[in-house]
Design a protein around this ligand. Structure first.
Ligand code: COA
Length: 558
């Protein structure tokens, strides 16, 4: 199964089309005015979006502090190391960095692990988009919690799906020992990171590592499995067991430097390939390595595009507070796509799903957007449109706002309607699962029930999966459960249990709860959506500029 997935990506032709501005200009313009009759819904959504935005900013500030002030002082003053964000500044061309899943790791059963103790995202090095995975040693010495492993594996998956060279900045005490049972033994646990490095190398996705701190135990394999590795003198160390363990086992006193320092590994063991006297030198060296990767740097973002005709700041008022506050999805589209222009496909058929072509900052996309329940006709139309985009190599953008509310069939004929809807949704799911074009999913409202799968939910492997802060994710939509059934339950003996369940359901459905568990690639603000989508499309587009041909053997360290 894994092999099948790998080869599907491998066989994908270069994706993503830049739309000539002339072609885009010919598309019809969407009407995006908010009518007075919708003003109260708009205001209710705005108030909710403001609250969600505040929470988003609060959490963003919190994770920026990593392990806290004392840990930062220990890291910078005692250990004389740069912070993960300072390292990124030296490594990347500029601040054009798509940070992924920054809010992961908050409020987990084992406590807060800000950003899962590892900063990750996609930025340009020497003009090439690269995936960067950087341990944050201010969070418990950069040790790997279960959520850290999950984040690293997801980042590798994104790098694999989008064929991004991957640079690891390793500064980690290895496994967080109290939780070893949750991060060592299973398939999708720590060892998978090393397996992926080999597989990606074999698929000609370059693997580069900088040892800029401790690489203990499991951490030691990341630089050793990489194709090319740099180590920083007096800061970088690699060993399977540190000095205290050596002392305990053999009684010998040995320093970290003697046991696995930069000189030892660059001169004696050959575990690394480049010695850097300072961190600055190490990141310059990493940039030079990336410049040898044989890519033609893709052009900078397309300057030739029109802004939407409607204000993107109004998106907060269109982000549904709950399903009943949903306005026409075309109001959102008119604030996301170039010139508010949209070439609709099957405009009068299955109207609860909107499909069509548009450009985002000059990049052509096929849009599939929820505009109500995914009926039989809507699902058939979705399936047809996905196949067209796949045929033409056009990336797909899903805007999801689904609910779990299923009307109970009052008659046999109604049951038949529902069965037909189910069959059409299954066909849409199959079209999406088998489409090899890149997919981006953005949850603008609800992500509930079976329809969420047909709108390219997480399990359908979109290349990127983002949430707006107002998004709600859960099997059942707590605000939309069929009222008759709820009232019945509420009045029953289990009334109290029911209230608790509903409270938990609401809490567990929040975008922040989801993002903390890495069920998505991050929460993004509505007003930033165009820029984020544009970056994703540029990243996807990079494949066109790769010169290397495929082969199937990793680079082995000799
Ligand atoms: N598991 C759990 N906690 C760990 C840990 C591990 N493997 N390694 C470090 N920590 C914790 C420390 O207890 C400390 O916690 P505290 O802040 O609550 O006191 C915190 O991480 C920072 O460690 P500290 O030793 O104070 O920082 P440092 O910068 O001086 O050293 C390391 C960091 C990673 C080099 C050092 O802690 C170390 O060598 N750890 C052991 C690594 C190891 O043997 N790993 C084996 C994994 S299989």
């Amino acid at each position: 199964m894994a092999a099948l997935r790998l080869y599907r990506h491998l066989l994908q032709p270069p994706q993503c089309c830049r739309l000539s501005s002339r072609a885009a200009q010919a598309f019809p313009v969407l009407r995006g005015d908010i009518l007075p009759i919708h003003r109260h819904v708009y205001e209710a959504n705005s108030r909710n979006s403001d609250r969600c935005r505040e929470r988003y900013l609060e959490l963003t500030e919190k994770v920026k502090l990593g392990g806290g002030e004392n840990a930062i002082l220990r890291h910078t003053q005692r250990n004389k190391k740069l912070l993960a964000r300072e390292r990124l500044k030296l490594l990347l061309d500029n601040e054009n960095f798509l940070e992924l899943s920054p809010l992961v790791g908050l409020g987990l059963p084992y406590g807060d692990v800000p950003s899962a103790g590892c900063l990750a995202g996609i930025g340009k090095i020497c003009g090439i988009w690269c995936m960067i995975i950087a341990n944050d040693a201010t969070v418990k010495g950069g040790t790997a919690y279960p959520i850290t492993v999950k984040k690293q594996l997801r980042m590798q998956e994104i790098a694999l799906q989008n064929r991004l060279p991957t640079v690891y900045l390793v500064d980690s005490g290895g496994a967080f020992l109290p939780l070893q049972a949750q991060l060592f033994p299973d398939k999708e646990h720590g060892g998978r990171t090393f397996y992926n490095e080999a597989i990606m190398s074999a698929l000609k996705i370059p693997q580069v590592a900088v040892v800029c701190g401790s690489c203990t135990a499991g951490g030691a394999y990341i630089p050793t499995m990489a194709e090319e590795t740099i180590i920083v003198d007096r800061i970088g160390t690699i060993f399977l067991a540190g000095p205290p363990l050596v002392k305990a086992a053999t009684g010998e006193d040995v320093t970290a430097e003697e046991l696995g320092g930069a000189k030892l590994h660059s001169r004696v063991s050959g575990c690394v390939d480049h010695f850097a006297a300072t961190e600055q030198e190490a990141y310059s060296c990493a940039r030079l390595i990336v410049s040898t990767l044989n890519f033609d740097p893709p052009p900078d973002s397309c300057a030739d595009f029109e802004d939407p005709l409607y204000d993107t700041r109004e998106l907060g008022g269109l982000a549904p507070r709950d399903y009943s506050c949903t306005l026409d999805i075309k109001l959102i589209l008119s604030r996301l796509v170039d010139g508010s222009k949209f070439l609709e496909f099957k405009a009068d058929y299955g109207t609860t799903l909107v499909t069509g072509f548009a450009a985002v900052e000059g990049y052509l996309v096929g849009i599939v957007a929820s505009n109500g329940a995914l009926t039989h006709d809507a699902a058939l139309k979705g399936s047809h449109f996905v196949q067209i985009c796949n045929q033409r190599n056009i990336p797909l953008l899903f805007l999801q706002n689904t609910t779990s509310q299923e009307p109970l069939p009052p008659s046999l004929s109604k049951a038949e309607v529902l069965m037909n809807r189910l069959k059409a949704q299954a066909s849409m799911m199959a079209s999406i699962a088998c489409a090899s074009v890149p997919k981006i999913t953005l949850v603008v409202g609800g992500c509930h029930g079976g329809e969420s799968f047909a709108m390219c939910g997480r399990s359908f492997e979109p290349n990127f999966f983002f949430l707006w802060p107002n998004a709600r994710i859960g099997l059942i939509d707590a605000d939309c459960a069929p009222p008759s059934r709820l009232e019945e339950w509420d009045r029953s003996e289990d009334g109290e249990e029911f209230t608790d369940l509903l409270t938990r359901l609401k809490e567990e459905s929040s975008a922040f709860y989801s993002s903390a568990r890495l069920w998505d690639d991050g929460v993004i603000l509505p007003e930033d959506t165009r820029q984020v989508l544009s970056k994703c499309l540029q990243i996807i587009n990079q494949r066109k500029y790769e010169r290397a041909t495929f082969h199937s053997s990793p680079v082995l360290r000799m």
